[in-house]
Design a protein. Structure first.
Length: 244
């Protein structure tokens, strides 16, 4: 029997709250899930399910109030530069300096890595040359998505976190992103994609995590999670229970 692939990302009983007292909001409520090495894990859930907070904990931007997170075997909140160079991150918003132009930004970021991806090829693949002379502040939402994905790919990461990577893209752009995600998986990268799109999850996922109200309500290979019903039916049944 072949041993199961180890997990590159593991969240165990992770809780995270914002605020205090009666105004506190629970973003994660004992969530546990993992992302197998060299596979695409799609984290699916409605807005407010805790997907983005889970990714922020996994990349070290936020510390859990309880529970533990490991990425490539270490705690991302305390990991050093060597670890961070192995992790690519594309968040929903923020992180792009408004005053610069796309190619200048990518060239600057490439100099931070020992063996970066080719800036010109990465930009070409994502259509960035089409808006290369426009400052970041003037880019459309879809153009910013393309630039943020290019930045996440530059370090040739071992683990790639993509938070809603196709949001705001037209159908052609969405297909381009999905092709890139599959190419990364095929070269052995562990990819974690958060989404609320059934189509995206069905197209990309080798491993599926469904979240609702800060909890993990299902996880496993897509065929296992959807064994008794199509993904859409499973999703709505589980997320309704998750809100109870």
């Amino acid at each position: 029997m072949t041993a199961a692939a180890p997990s590159a990302v593991t969240l165990t009983d992770v809780s995270r709250r914002y605020g205090s007292g009666s105004a506190a909001v629970t973003a994660l409520d004992g969530a546990s899930w993992s992302a197998p090495t060299g596979a695409v894990t799609a984290v699916l859930g409605p807005n407010g399910a805790g997907k983005t907070t889970a990714v922020e904990c996994a990349v070290g931007l936020r510390r859990p109030d309880a529970g533990s997170v490991t990425v490539l075997g270490v705690d991302p909140a305390t990991a050093g530069a060597e670890h961070r160079a192995r992790v690519g991150v594309m968040l929903q918003s923020g992180g792009l300096p408004n005053g610069t132009r796309p190619l200048r930004l990518l060239e600057h970021l490439a100099h931070l890595y020992a063996d970066p991806a080719d800036v010109g090829e990465t930009a070409r693949r994502l259509g960035i040359h089409d808006f290369a002379r426009t400052t970041v502040r003037r880019l459309s939402g879809g153009q910013k998505q393309r630039l943020a994905l290019a930045a996440a790919l530059l370090g040739r990461p071992d683990v790639l976190f993509l938070d809603e990577p196709a949001a705001g893209l037209d159908p052609h752009g969405r297909l381009d992103v999905w092709d890139i995600v599959e190419e990364q998986r095929d070269r052995g990268v562990t990819v974690v994609v958060t989404t609320h799109s059934f189509e995206e999850a069905e197209r990309l996922a080798d491993h599926l995590v469904i979240m609702s109200a800060g909890r993990t309500v299902a996880a496993g290979p897509p065929a296992e999670v959807t064994r008794d019903a199509p993904l859409e039916n499973v999703y709505f049944g589980l997320t309704r229970k998750g809100r109870a």
